[in-house]
Structure formats: C-alpha cells, structure tokens
Design a protein around this ligand. Structure first.
Ligand code: ATP
Ligand code: FE
Length: 351
C-alpha cells in the first residue's frame, strides 16, 4: 500500500510518500517540507493570508518532488491523503482543493485526515507501537493527552485550558529578543543558564490532567523586569530566564504525564510524545523519566516527524485505508476539529 500525503494546515507546505506491507516496517519513501519562516519573519508570527498564498504556490512543487524522490508515479499511488483540519483555514482549503483535483485527475481515492490524528499516530509509523497507547501531543497550537485505542478511536484525557507550550516558547522568545520559532532559540539560550528564577507551576494543585501556560508567560514578563539592569538584560540573566522557563514547562508536563499514566485505566503499550515541543531535550528527558518510573516504554519520534510533516498524514491515510475507507469525496476543510470526534463522518452528517 503506497499513499501520498499532503499537509498545509499551518506554515509548512509538505508532501510525502509512505509505503507499507502488513507485518513489515512502514517505509517513508520521501518527506518533503517547504517551510515559510522567512515569509513571516518580519511579522513576528504566521500571517494566515500569506501562508495560504505560499501553500497555493508550493503544493504542486512539493508533490512533484515527493514523487520524484520516492521514484513513484501518481498512477502507482493507492490513495491521496490530505489534512482536512484543524488549522488555518486558508491553508487547509488550499491543500484539500489541490488534493481533490489530484485524486480526481488520477482516479484515486481521497482520504481526509485530521492533522492531530497524524501527530497522534506517528509513534506507530516510527516505532510500530501497538494499541492502546498514551500520547502527549504538545505543539505550537495544541497540548493534550490522548489515549489512542485504534486508528480512529481517540480519547482525550485532559489538556491545556489556555495556551499551548509551543506558543508560550514563541512568546517568551519574543519577550527576550530571541528569534522565531521560539522553542529552539529558548532551548539554545538555556544551555548556558541555570534554572534559578522562581516561576509558578500552574494547575499542579488541581486534580486531573488539565494544564495552563498563560500565567507562566505573565510571570516571565515580571521575572524579566526584575532582572533588568539599567534597562538592559544581562546575558547571564537571559540564559537563566530561558533555563527557568524551560524547567517550569518540563515540570508541569512531567507531573501531568505521571497523572495521565496513573489514571488512563489501561496498560499502555507505550507513552509517546508528538508535536514540535517534543523536540526539546529537557522536556523529552523529563517525560522519559516519568515513563521509566511507570515501567512503560517511552517513544519520541525523530524531530523531523515531531514537527509538521506529510509523512504522518500519509501514514494516517494508510491506517484510514486499512480501516476500510475508500474516499472522502465530500470532505470539507475544517478550522476546528477535535480529535475525539474523529469517528464522526467527515461531512454531510450535520456534525
Ligand atoms: P499544531 O501542530 O498544533 O497545529 P504547529 O504547527 O505550531 O502547531 P509544530 O510544527 O508541531 O506545531 O511545532 C511548532 C512549535 O514547536 C513551535 O511553537 C516551536 O516553538 C516549538 N518547538 C520547536 N522546537 C522546540 C524546542 N526545541 N523546544 C521547545 N519548543 C520547540
Ligand atoms: Fe502540527
């Protein structure tokens, strides 16, 4: 089974080919990602309109390249899988329109994929993890614990009630005059710092797996102001602020992961992370330690498969195809699409 995946829900245009034979390890034949960071740099964040235009320009180039690198023709593909949401609606529309045209022209089934399902199923692509397992999806736009019971059965155990950690990393980087994306910049700066600055660990006093990160951002503004000397931030203080912030995020994620593992009600085949923040070494280390304490295997996919990519969409397409789907011809682009509603039909049911 060979599926072409297409992703354009945020600021990366991506196309990939994944091949899988039952009982074998899936093969990523190609995984092309065209980022747009340079286009948005001047604005300090992703501009939806600019993103949508760039997707329109790059979708066919990325797809051609993905096919060429894989050495596969469109005729040899079994289906086209495309992110149908959630995300920036202009980008999702660009991707679904493009994929629909491609699938129709080549007479291939079209599969609509939930972007979050793509992230959540990645541990199966990279490590062949069996159901059920627990995954912490932690990215620029999301933060939630999901019990993954099957390719289309996700149960949300809790998540952020306000910002996502990636967004907090990005805002803190801006606050401290570091570049974007903020996560890697803060992590790099933190390397020479010590986590000496006291910051809150929001919602740890509340039972359950819900989290909050917006207060941490406000606390960082106050902490930065307290460190200013003659209106400027000393180099050491910047590193210490970054290290302290990163430690706070890692502590909250680790403590809540501990609770999710204790409360999920089944013995997970693995505890996995997905999403861009899983790239953070301190976060990974803290989560690995929690999994070790619970005697559960810890799975962290390679960085290129943690951040947005189309291989995960192609893989989710393979899972959806295997589950019996042969074409979501009536799919629509959805700006919002909670994962635990995944079992619902893509469109037309009034849901
Ligand atoms: P979503 O997947 O929720 O739609 P997204 O496209 O922003 O959102 P990803 O591409 O998965 O998500 O991740 C990007 C986020 O990950 C950014 O906020 C970025 O700052 C963060 N990130 C990337 N690398 C690191 C790192 N080393 N440490 C912390 N955060 C990181
Ligand atoms: Fe994502």
């Amino acid at each position: 089974l060979t599926i072409l995946g297409i992703e354009s829900s945020c600021d990366d245009t991506a196309a990939a080919l994944v091949r899988h034979a039952p009982g074998r390890q899936p093969e990523i034949l190609s995984n092309v990602v065209a980022g747009q960071a340079a286009l948005h740099a001047a604005y300090g964040g992703v501009v939806p309109e600019i993103a949508a235009r760039a997707h329109v320009e790059k979708l066919d180039l990325c797809t051609e390249e993905a096919l060429a690198v894989a050495g596969v023709t469109l005729a040899e593909v079994d289906a086209v899988a495309v992110t149908a949401g959630p995300g920036l609606i202009g980008g999702v529309l660009a991707g679904t329109m493009f994929a629909r045209g491609l699938a129709a022209a080549a007479d291939k089934p079209l599969l609509g994929i939930n972007h979050l399902a793509g992230h959540a199923l990645t541990p199966r692509l990279t490590d062949g993890v069996d159901f059920p397992y627990l995954v912490l999806l932690v990215s620029g736009g999301h933060c939630q614990f999901l019990a993954v019971h099957g390719p289309e059965r996700f149960e949300r155990l809790g998540g952020t009630i306000d910002d996502a950690p990636g967004e907090a990393f990005d805002k803190v980087a801006r606050l401290l005059g570091l570049g974007q994306p903020g996560g890697p910049a803060v992590e790099a700066a933190a390397r020479s710092g010590t986590p000496r600055i006291a910051l809150p660990r929001p919602l740890l006093d509340r039972a359950g797996c819900d989290m909050s990160f917006s207060g941490l951002k406000t606390a960082m503004i106050r902490a930065r102001d307290a460190e200013l000397k003659d209106g400027a931030l000393p180099m050491g203080a910047q590193a210490d602020l970054c290290a302290s912030f990163q430690a706070a995020i890692a502590d909250v994620l680790a403590e809540k992961s501990d609770r999710a593992l204790a409360a999920c009600g089944f013995r997970p085949a693995a505890f996995a992370v997905a999403g861009g923040v899983a790239a953070n070494g301190t976060v990974r280390g803290a989560l690995a330690e929690v999994a070790r304490r619970h005697g559960t295997a810890f799975v962290a996919p390679p960085l290129a498969l943690c951040t947005d990519n189309a291989a995960m969409i192609a893989w989710a397409g393979i899972e959806r195809y295997r589950a019996g789907h042969r074409g979501d011809t009536d799919l629509v682009a959805r700006p919002r699409w909670p994962l635990d509603a995944e079992a619902a039909p893509i469109l037309g049911s009034g849901k």
